[in-house]
Design a protein around this ligand. Structure first.
Ligand code: BDP
Length: 710
């Protein structure tokens, strides 16, 4: 009898531990059986039950997640009790205000995980905090960390941690590369896709607590009763997971759907329309998060159409939100079609003088760089220059300029490079180690009363959510950094790999190495040394020859400024003087072409082709070296990936390998596009040991046309 039970048990273990094709749907929330039996047993001894007092939907979600997670990881059922009584050896979920073991938590959402009286206690001042703690505990197991003497205290560094979805009512996603929208507008509110809950779980596991459901180029439709009903249905699913919904608004909505003659923010009828609309929203969604606004930007209407300022527009919405807990996120992404202007300077020029005039419910949402989500940009000069206005940082997870869902680019280094940049602001908070962008954003420099980070989502209806399986890491990394911006890119990568791809230490190291280098590799074959390519179009292949557009700042030549002398945009005082927008210490880092770090050189200087650089090479030779080694390095990534073949799921392996092959092909093509085009100005040969491209410039141009269906 005992033998049969043993045989049956082993069979069961074998079945549950068998590696099966992984379609990526479960993201990093994979709770596959831990292979090491000793480890499993050790965990199981500390996780014999889950006790939870209180039955709020959020606590239930926390207990459910732990139960499902432990069942999978440990291969045995763990009961959920409403009262632990005298039992020990379990996990206790506890909400309360009193001092929980050790340090006091700073925030409502923070959590502690401590070992007390032979139990693991997950505590917080709020239900949501307990949920975050539950996910953190599961992460410990998923990354094979010890759990027997835990003492973790964790508070989020910013309050609003959000995803922005650029999703349209017709199902498409602006700059989305992973299928259609996740939100089934046609089926809502009647049918609730199970996927909404999984979306919420994934976000809650990172601490993301807000989601803007629709595109910043917003349709007024989202404010109709019909669509608000749909949004409310999503909010109902997200609520237990601590996630609030927000809506992007179309500024002239009072005209378009309200039948008013104007959308002037100072018009009393317009103000009343917004107040009534907001009331209607809160009836449906009592915890509605607020409004995100793109106004007077890229053709979108806004308050300036009525000779009003951004502050007039934002404050009108803040007034409508006054009776409620919601906020206004007003974007600073603006630039005018002025041939003499430098787009780099536009945001500070339009927003700087408004500092101090925004309502206290308003956060100005600023893209990380001054232009537009380029593979490398200096930080936006607004950070550190608006001490009286809370600034949110906006990153882009979807790979608009990063090779869509085909190229492997781990974005944490992009986020960190910006967050760790010193603005040299002299805020009232006197931060101990530099007024970095992160410390501006989290309020420590200027004491912002509200703080936020936003990421333009890379999710879609593809089964694996993000198209490229490795792009899941970008969602993950962004979420982890919204909670704690001090985490390193490497630590996040290693954690994600262990939870998602493999637990084998050597494979983790190899994959992490590839991920950490991927951004620099991409920059090298795409936009090295401070080149950028934000001109109009689909933002896929570089087209440096593009010089026709209704607006000068929508051409390629506007940005790179290649001529017979050299390359790059002079932003010193001899040029556009954009550098003057930064504090003097920052200017000092960048305004001397002799000492400006090479990754930023062409952002700020027009450099002669023959100029000798710190590497000992001329500008032309250095550019070629970077373009060629960048493209070659994709070959290196392919080799790295081939080495982990036996350590990752076969389906995922093949997906990534296939995409890397495409990436390699395109990297060579993109290198050729730039090199052949720039060579017409530089008039120099391709330096040894590199071979000249096999195609001509005309052939590259045709290739782009074919790809872009022109
Ligand atoms: C640019 C995108 C465009 C967006 C815009 C924005 O090309 O599709 O609408 O940013 O952020 O990057 O508003």
């Amino acid at each position: 009898m005992i033998l049969t039970i043993r045989v049956l048990f082993s069979l069961l273990l074998l079945l549950t531990s068998r590696s099966y094709a992984d379609d990526g749907y479960r993201l990093w929330l994979k709770y596959d059986l831990i292979k090491d039996a000793a480890k499993r047993d050790a965990y199981a001894r500390s996780a014999q039950f889950i006790a939870v007092t209180g039955n709020s939907p959020t606590l239930k979600a926390a207990a459910d997640e732990l139960q499902v997670g432990l069942q999978g990881l440990l291969g045995k059922a763990v009961p959920v009790l409403t009262n632990a009584g005298n039992r020990t050896g379990g996990i206790i979920l506890s909400v309360g205000n009193g001092p929980v073991a050790g340090a006091q938590l700073r925030t409502q959402e923070g959590y502690q995980i401590t070992s007390r009286s032979n139990n693991i206690v997950v505590s917080s001042k709020s239900d949501a905090g307990v949920l975050y703690g539950a996910f953190a505990l599961l992460r410990q197991l998923q990354t094979l960390q010890p759990i027997n003497a835990l003492s973790l205290t964790s508070d989020p560094k910013v309050r609003y941690r959000m995803l922005n979805h650029w999703d349209n009512p017709n199902g498409t996603i602006e700059r989305g590369y992973a299928g259609e929208t996740l939100w089934k507008w046609y089926e809502l509110p009647e049918r609730i896709s199970p996927r909404y809950r999984d979306y919420a779980r994934a976000n809650a596991s990172l601490g993301i607590n807000g989601t803007v459901v629709n595109n910043v180029n917003a349709s007024a439709r989202f404010l109709t009763a019909e669509y608000l009903g749909k949004v409310a249905a999503l909010a109902n699913v997200f609520r237990p997971y601590g996630i609030r919904v927000y809506v992007s608004i179309y500024f002239p909505a009072p005209k378009v759907i309200g039948g008013l003659k104007t959308a002037d923010p100072l018009d009393p009828e317009v103000r009343k329309w917004w107040a009534d609309k907001t009331k209607e929203i809160y009836k449906l969604i009592p915890d509605f998060g607020g409004f995100l606004v793109k106004a007077n930007s890229e053709g979108e209407p806004g308050p300036q159409d009525y000779n009003r300022t951004h502050a007039d527009g934002a404050n009108m919405l803040a007034e409508a939100l006054k009776p409620y807990d919601g906020i206004v996120l007003w974007r600073s992404f603006v630039y005018k079609a002025d041939p003499k202007a430098d787009r780099f300077k536009a945001a500070l020029e339009e927003f700087g003088h408004l500092d101090g005039t925004f309502d206290k419910k308003v956060i100005v949402q600023v893209k990380n760089g001054p232009i537009d989500f380029q593979p490398r940009e200096p930080f936006s000069p607004l950070f550190g220059k608006m001490p009286k206005t809370p600034l949110a940082i906006e990153f882009q997870l979807t790979q608009e300029y990063l090779g869509f869902a085909t190229h492997l680019v781990y974005e944490a280094p992009i986020f960190k490079e910006c967050l760790d940049s010193d603005t040299y602001a002299k805020g009232q908070g006197a931060p101990s180690s530099g007024a970095t962008v992160a410390k501006v954003v989290d309020g420590s420099v200027d004491g912002y009363p509200i703080t936020a980070m936003a990421g333009v989502a890379n999710t879609g209806s593809d089964r694996n959510w993000t198209g490229h399986p490795m792009a899941q890491a970008n969602w993950y990394a962004f979420g982890r950094l919204t909670w704690d911006h001090t985490l390193s890119s490497e630590a996040i990568a290693r954690e994600w790999i262990a939870m998602t791809l493999t637990k084998e230490p050597q494979a983790i190291t190899r994959i992490a190495d590839m991920m950490l280098k991927s951004r620099e590799i991409y920059v090298n074959y795409n936009t090295p040394m401070g080149l950028s390519r934000p001109w109009t179009g689909v933002h896929f292949a570089p087209e440096p020859w593009q010089n026709k557009s209704p607006r000068p700042d929508w051409t390629a030549v506007y940005y790179h400024r290649a001529d017979s002398v050299g390359l790059g945009f002079d932003r010193t005082e001899k040029g556009s003087n954009a550098l003057a927008q930064y504090n003097p210490e920052v200017q000092k880092q960048w305004n001397n072409p002799e000492t400006c770090p090479l990754p930023y050189l062409l952002w700020f200087h027009h450099v002669p082709w023959t100029k000798k650089l710190s590497t000992g090479r001329t500008l032309w030779d250095e550019l070629c070296t970077r373009f060629y080694t960048g493209a070659d390095s994709v070959g290196w990534m392919q080799q790295q990936w081939a080495q982990v073949k036996g350590s990752v799921d076969p389906e995922t392996y093949a997906e990534v390998a296939g995409r890397l092959e495409t990436q390699h092909k395109e990297a060579i093509w993109w290198r050729d596009a730039w090199v052949l085009y720039l060579q017409e100005y530089a008039r120099k040969p391709i330096p040894a040991p590199f071979k000249k491209p096999e195609r001509t410039l005309d052939e590259v141009k045709q290739l782009v046309d074919v790809y872009l269906l022109r």
